[in-house]
Write a new protein. Structure first.
Length: 280
């Protein structure tokens, strides 16, 4: 191993310790390259030259904006359009059939809004295919106010819409030629979620390090690839918060490869995927 690589690994370990001590976030050596790539924009925004500078600033400062920028950068993917197929299948083939009255859904760590809008489209498709009018509302939260503003607008260049089937593109999106200059020619066509879907999703700020305002009773919480970044202590506290927001027998949905071990939840295996039910 060259001295440069050894120094890079040592610096990353220093950053990892700062993340765990200050943010309660656990990042591994296996995540090093992807995490560093995601943090580039944060370092540029705060005029930091190295990960050591970032770690030192994180320890010395109490800057909520820096904390939010870091958490947003490492937990938000490029796109979540229909990325979690098991969530779509469970909603359309099982869960929506078993919710009485209006379905209240909380999408945690919503990022650019694509996951929350995907869920809204899944429910619209359920209604269309089953000749129903299942009433629903979605609360989508994130720690970054900047990204929440973008999500609320519901505008996306075509390069950020991988995973959207052509029939859904025409049914649930409107082309916005007037926004091409705003996004840049290299982005290609720009589309906006139609108002009938946007109106079903309400975006708001929520920092999982603190107790989010009471939104319950929630029927379904959707939080894929969020808990994996937190330490075991913080993960247990967040799961307790989720349980307090859920209605009796409410549902928690995470990514396919995530496992939840918490006294408040029971594992439920279904033909279309796995979910966790709040114990009553």
């Amino acid at each position: 191993m060259s001295s440069a690589v050894a120094k890079e690994i040592e610096d990353y370990q220093t950053l990892s310790l700062a993340f765990q001590d200050i943010l309660g976030v656990v990042i591994t050596e296996e995540q090093r390259l992807s995490i560093l790539a995601k943090l580039n924009r944060v370092m540029q925004a705060f005029e930091l030259d190295s990960v050591i500078d970032l770690a030192e600033k994180l320890r010395r400062s109490n800057i909520n904006r820096l904390n939010a920028a870091i958490l947003s950068a490492i937990t938000v993917g490029d796109t979540n359009w229909f990325r979690y197929s098991a969530i779509s299948r469970l909603l359309q083939n099982y869960l929506l059939d078993n919710v009485v009255g209006e379905t209240q859904i909380w999408v945690v760590g919503c990022g650019d809004g694509s996951l929350a809008y995907s869920v809204a489209i899944d429910i619209a498709e359920y209604n269309r295919n089953n000749y129903q009018q299942k009433s629903f509302s979605i609360m989508a939260t994130d720690i970054s106010d900047e990204i929440l503003e973008q999500a609320e607008n519901g505008c996306y260049p075509i390069r950020r819409m991988q995973g959207v089937p052509q029939d859904m593109l025409s049914m649930y999106f409107a082309k916005r030629d007037d926004l091409n200059d705003e996004f840049g020619e290299e982005s290609g066509d720009v589309y906006q979620i139609k108002k009938k879907i946007r109106d079903r999703v309400k975006f708001s700020h929520c920092d999982l390090h603190e107790h989010c305002k009471q939104m319950g009773p929630i029927n379904i919480i959707i939080a894929p690839e969020i808990l994996v970044y937190f330490s075991p202590v913080d993960r247990a506290r967040i799961l307790n918060q989720f349980a307090s927001q859920l209605s009796p027998s409410g549902i928690l949905m995470v990514a396919d490869d995530e496992t939840i071990n918490a006294a408040d939840f029971e594992y439920v295996g279904h033909a279309d995927g796995v979910f966790y039910r709040r114990k009553t």
